[in-house]
Structures are given as C-alpha cells and as structure tokens.
Design a protein around this ligand. Sequence first.
Ligand code: GLV
Ligand code: MN
Ligand code: MN
Length: 413
Amino acid sequence: MILRLDPARLQGQIDSLAAISEVPPPTVTRILFSEADLRGRAFVTNLCHEMGLQVAKDAVGNLFARWPGTDPNLAPVATGSHIDAIPNAGRYDGVVGVLGGLEALRALKESGFKPRRTIELIVFTAEEPTRFGIGCLGSRLLSGALSPKKAAALRDIQGRTLEQWRKQAGYADRSLESVRQPKNCYAAFIELHIEQGPILEQEGVAIGVVEKIAAPSTLHVELTGVGGHAGAVLMPERHDALLAGAEIALAVEESALSTGHPDTVATTGVFRIEPGAVNSVPCRAWLEIDLRDTQQSSRDEALKRIEDRIPQICQRRGVVCRLERINADDPAICDAGLVERITEVCHELGLSVKKMISRAYHDSLFMVRICPTTMIFIPCRGGISHRPDEYSSPEHIGDGVRVLAWTLQKLAA
Ligand code: GLV
Ligand code: MN
Ligand code: MN
C-alpha cells in the first residue's frame, strides 16, 4: 500500500482554520460556542463532507466523522482532538490532531485501503476550560467522568449555562445523558498532538508515544471583601479582596514548590477583580487555579495544602471566601499494547521514537477510561504552546500523520 500525504494541503487547511479566530493573526482565540468556534466547526464539518465521511454530532457538540468499515459488528478505531483555542493561542494545539487525522483518513482512502473496522474522527467539544472553567468537557461527558447534571449547571462568566449555550448552538435536541458512550465502544483511540514541551526537539526525536498523562486539578475561588474609597478607607480598616487573592496566588506557588517533586506545577491563570477602578478598594475577586503533577500523591499533597491555606488567609484578612474544587482527576495510563504498536510503526517508517509522559492534559485523559488509548506527539519549536508563536513544521506534522495513518490502517485492517 502506498500512502501519499499532502503536507502543503494540510498546512493550507491549518492556516485557513487559524484565520477563523476572535482576534487578528497570528494569534488564535476560539472559545467554546463563540462565533469563531461555530465557524471553525463548520469549516471542519465541510471538509469531512467533502471527503465523503458520515458526520454526526452529539448533544454537547462532539463531532464524529465516520468512514464505515466492511464489518459493522467490529468496534471502530478512533482518532481526533479539539479545535477550540484558549485566549491568545497558536494554530497547532488540537488542530494537528483534527486536520492531521483527516489527512490520514484521506491518504488511506486514496490508497484504496478498505477498512474492516470503521474509522472515526472525533472533534471534541471544549478541551480547553476557558468558557466553563473545566477542561475536556466533551470527553468527560462522553466517558462518564462528568455527570450530565453537573455539566448542565455549569455557568460562564456572564452567568449563562451550558444548557442555554447548547440550545443556541443547536445541540439540544437530545439530553446531555445521551452523550455518554459505553466502555469499549471503540477498539482504540489515538490522538495526534504537538508535544507542548521541549523534549522531542531537544533530543532530535521525531515521534513521542505517550505512556502516561499527568493528573490535573482545578480550583475556583470567589472572594468577597469590602470596597470603598481609596483615599478614605484607612489601611487598618481594609478587607481588600485583591490582596487576599494575591496572597492565595503566592500560596499556590509555595504549595507546588513544597512537594519537592519537580513535576508539581501550579498556576493561578485567572484573577479578576471588581470594581477595577484605580481609586477604589477591590471588593470582589475571582481566581482560577490549575495544579498538576505526573504523580498523584504529590498533586494531592499540594492540593490539600492550598485548600487549607485559602480559608486561613481569608480569615486573617476578613474576606469571605467560596472555594470550589472543580476537578481532581487521576493520571491516565495509556494502553501498553498500543504504545508498542505505534513504536513498531515508527521503526518500520525509519522514524526515531521515544516513550514519554504528557504534562498537558488532553481528551485522551478521559478516553483512557472507556477504551485502549494513547497519543502520538510531534516536536514543536522551543516546546512553546498556548502562545501565538506556537509552531510545528510541516515535516514534523507529516511524520505524525504518517505514523497515525499506518497505525489506523493496522488497527482497522
Ligand atoms: C490543555 O490545554 C492543558 O491545559 O493541558
Ligand atoms: Mn491547549
Ligand atoms: Mn490540546
């Protein structure tokens, strides 16, 4: 079988999708359910139709593009990723797994290959946590890791619920309960993604195969202090919500450092205040905290430390605090058999390969719970991600797509 990839066409599609953004190029922002997100979905849907795939979407907007196999009794093999992008992101995170997955299917189709198992491309809804503060919304629901009741109650910063948004987007013809898929509904799930770290580039390795995904957790903190005139309220009288938040952010840093484990990382990535006037004492603050580790025990240790410190800080400052643990997920162990198969494919293709841990989370973190799963990583320049200057070369993307295509071929034959 001869597989002919078209890296130039793929790069053209990546660039076209990057232009569908809430902000001007080279920056990409595509927040869940924004106009750009919906247009991005339409762009991908259109490509799937052009390729003759059967397209379906579920009640949360996860998109499924199927290439039916000759034996409908066999569980499909799936690939895919996400196209939503955090504020001020680049063009490769998630997109390489979606458009690269489509390119793999296209090359297999054009080679004359007839799969026995159905091959399916999945575009997951909201891998990024920007709108509702929780990552991997689509794959959490699909795998049963998030209850439909909890999901329905999620609210964004304007107070709009997931129910309202999905109605507006046209996904509400079924209930969120229908999103969940049974165990082993797929024979395998393989996600192609940029590494989002520097290791492959530094070591000059073409392909990473993921054995483990680090355990993420998220906390939301709402602080209510007492506002007032910046000239009139004397310092001993203050209950400044921003200062409580600032102290919490420092405690978050300290908690990560305190585990002594180099893989514990903690970030206060959202910090909003009200009223946000230079001559007014901040009366309210909202923080979103991201804490992760490749090792669950040290993640949990740091998480407990932060959760203990927050009420202490707020009590001392006379600030009322509402603390919510949004998620504290287990790390994911990928399927050893799939890791070996992909490693073999790399050897067959003459590509250098390395087994690795993903520090970023992915929809694979949840697909692991319902089917054998792993990820194919490709190098990205400087290990940079979640920035406009994120970059992966057409050659590296081509290597990743080739490995994906051959792996799908073997699994679906
Ligand atoms: C995914 O975008 C992550 O934050 O790891
Ligand atoms: Mn991301
Ligand atoms: Mn991603």
